[in-house]
Write a protein that binds this ligand. Sequence first.
Ligand SMILES: [Zn+2]
Length: 85
Amino acid sequence: MAKDGCTGKVRHPDKTSACIAARRMKSAAMDVYQCRKCAGWHIGNSRKPNRVQKRIDQILQRTDRDAARRAARYRAAAYVEERKG
Ligand SMILES: [Zn+2]
């Protein structure tokens, strides 16, 4: 059996999607890693679940913050448009 960590695995286009998918599995013992074979991101078992979970949370928090900032900017722009009209 091929044990290259690629065959039969779900491939994610970037780290964030892999992290989100790992989180959906609701398992702390999941690690995301970039594949040397296909250059995509896979989810695998981690030897250091707690540290990895912390990192996943950090990445997701960062993207959440970015989304919140974009939403705030959009709301501000919409508010200005309202006042003009
Ligand atoms: Zn792969």
